[in-house]
Design a protein around this ligand. Structure first.
Ligand SMILES: CC(C)(O)[C@@H](O)C(=O)O
Ligand SMILES: [Mg+2]
Length: 553
């Protein structure tokens, strides 16, 4: 007798004859009802290079599952492309989509009492959403990342979509002409794969490998690499072999979350990882404080020389030895712990299976780092009692003081930047863009890109209750909590107030009579767009706890 399995709820006994009748129509034969039934959730879409190849990659996944004795059933889940929605109202859909993708996976798995799930992911939000859903359902699960895009090439330099955003700023300022902008636009994205620096997708893919929920090495292989299909097949086999094994929460522990956060700060990764790792922890019911990122950043140097803070692209990291080489260097310095992973091997066993490319320059050692301290800081202070996230990667500013230039939306600010109204030394504040206020915490890449294009990256400070893209760089502080829409102090700042940011003491303050300002505050009408946006606004919690729609408390 084989052990009971979750899917017996749809396949066993006379009462399930109708369910079996329907499953027979999909191809089940008698003996197939004994197989583990595995959800293959695909965030495929032809709208974005990040996810457009996932349709083809599903084939080897299905083969791997069948070969290892499982029965795959396919589901779709949406994706909202950050690159395409950037800079307009559509970007509000991005973080909302993380919750909807997680919910979609949960519904597919729980609704059909499936034994396990494999999720194919690409663009930013699909990656944490997959981990969140697997942790929520606590079924055996695995995340398979579609891989990075190849670098584009312009003027003999490797480029990515980051360069297009910055070229827009340079064009608006008049330092490049339309022909050059057009040439950059045409060369930045040569084919399938997620945005090519250590931006959000590649950061999160790396984080999940260190969390142990994505097989080490599978995500490293670039999207168009000939070896990608073999990795897809391997992942299919793995999930089938473990389909009746341990639930995904096994992998989401205090130690693995710390490993994931260490990988983020040591690679100069995206600020979004703070939000997403907190959300994954919340879904798994593991206590997690975003302050950990600050502690780790102070102790952990940046050892991967990756864009946007550094010089190399994600494909260069793969060529150098990928996450395994990077993990080896962290292990040498005692910065990560051994934890179980979904491949069946421990993290350290996985790291042993690596080959360093001779003469590679992408991954340095802890003794000879790219930067002495990690890429992220968590700031508190008058302006952000529940915390805010500062990205330092690439910049060494430790103190910034300047007059506030206050904007009530991304659009208002973008207009000012485009007119050249922002000057060196300004502290730009963009508010009512938080999880509830936006709603959806838009990423401000259009603005950071435009500022970079004007040569102002690092010369102005940018503070928002919204988020930043992984491609953003400069002296940028996001996730300010509590957000303006719930009356957070960021709502009380006036034009011209002096804002002080002190990175060492982790403070972000203003000499303001806060009580008086609170009495005088007239809240603007909330941004309401109907439908899913209003549902999200009603449910979403603070960015300091991952901005999830989980019911807290
Ligand atoms: C468009 C990008 C660069 O992918 C961005 O969404 C990010 O967060 O990294
Ligand atoms: Mg993004």
């Amino acid at each position: 007798m084989r052990p009971p399995k979750r899917s017996d709820a749809i396949t066993k006994g006379p009462a399930r004859a109708a369910a079996r009748a329907m499953l027979r129509a999909t191809g089940f034969e008698d003996e197939d009802f004994d197989r583990p039934i595995i959800a293959v959730v695909n965030t495929y879409s032809s709208v974005t290079p990040c996810n457009m190849h996932l349709k083809d990659l599903a084939e080897p996944v299905l083969k791997g599952i069948r070969d290892a004795g499982g029965w795959p059933v396919e589901f779709g889940a949406p994706v909202v492309s950050d690159g395409i929605t950037m800079g307009h109202e559509g970007m509000r859909a991005s973080l909302v989509s993380r919750e909807i993708i997680a919910d979609s996976i949960e519904l597919a798995v729980r609704g059909h009492a499936l034994d396990a799930a494999l999720v194919l992911v690409g663009c930013d939000k699909t990656i944490p959403a997959a981990a969140m859903a697997l942790a929520r359902c606590d079924v055996p699960g695995l995340v398979f990342y579609g891989g990075t895009i190849a670098a584009g090439c312009s003027a003999s330099k490797k480029i990515s979509v980051q360069d297009v955003f910055e070229a827009i700023g340079a064009h608006a300022q008049g330092s490049i002409d339309e022909a050059e902008l057009d040439q950059i636009e045409r060369s930045a994205c040569p084919g399938a794969g997620s945005c090519g620096g250590q931006f959000t997708a590649n950061t999160m893919a790396m984080a999940l490998a260190f969390l142990g929920i994505a097989p080490m090495g599978a995500g490293d292989v670039p999207a168009v690499d000939a070896g990608k299909a073999a990795e897809a097949e391997r992942c299919g086999r793995l999930i089938a072999e473990h389909a009746l094994g341990k639930g995904s929460r096994t992998y989401v522990t205090e130690a693995s979350l710390k490993n994931a956060a260490t990988a983020v700060v040591a690679s100069g990764g995206s600020t979004n990882a703070v939000l997403h790792i907190a959300a994954i922890a919340a879904e798994a019911g593991v206590p997690f404080d975003i302050e950990l990122f600050d502690k780790l950043s102070r102790e952990t140097p940046v050892i991967a020389d990756l864009k946007p803070g550094g010089r190399y692209m994600a494909e260069d990291l793969t060529a150098a030895g990928g996450c395994r080489l990077f993990g080896q260097r962290l292990r040498e310095a005692g910065m990560i712990e051994d934890v179980p992973t979904v491949s069946g091997r421990t993290l350290f066993e996985e790291l042993d299976a690596f080959e360093e490319t001779q003469g590679q320059k992408v991954v340095r050692t802890v003794r000879d780092p790219v930067k002495q301290t990690g890429g992220l800081r968590i700031l508190y202070g008058d302006l952000a009692p529940e915390g805010a996230v500062l990205k330092t990667a690439g910049y060494s500013t430790s103190r910034f003081e300047g007059p506030a230039k206050v904007f009530g939306s991304e659009e208002e600010c973008f207009e000012a930047v485009s007119k050249g109204a922002i000057k060196e030394g300004d502290v730009v504040i963009i508010r009512y863009e938080g999880p509830k206020g936006g709603p959806g915490m838009r990423e401000m890449l259009a603005i950071t890109g435009a500022l970079a294009g004007q040569g102002l990256a690092g010369k102005v400070a940018l503070i928002t209750d919204g988020r930043f893209s992984g491609a953003s760089h400069g002296f940028v502080i996001g996730h300010v909590s509590p957000e303006a829409a719930v009356g957070g102090p960021i709502a009380l700042v006036n034009e011209g107030d002096t804002i002080t940011i002190d990175v060492e003491s982790r403070r972000i303050d203003a000499a303001i009579d806060w009580d008086q300002r609170a009495k005088d505050l007239v809240m603007p009408e909330p941004n309401r767009f109907g439908g899913v946006f209003d549902k999200f606004a009603a449910l979403v919690g603070s960015a300091s706890r991952g901005a999830t729609t989980l019911q807290e408390g």
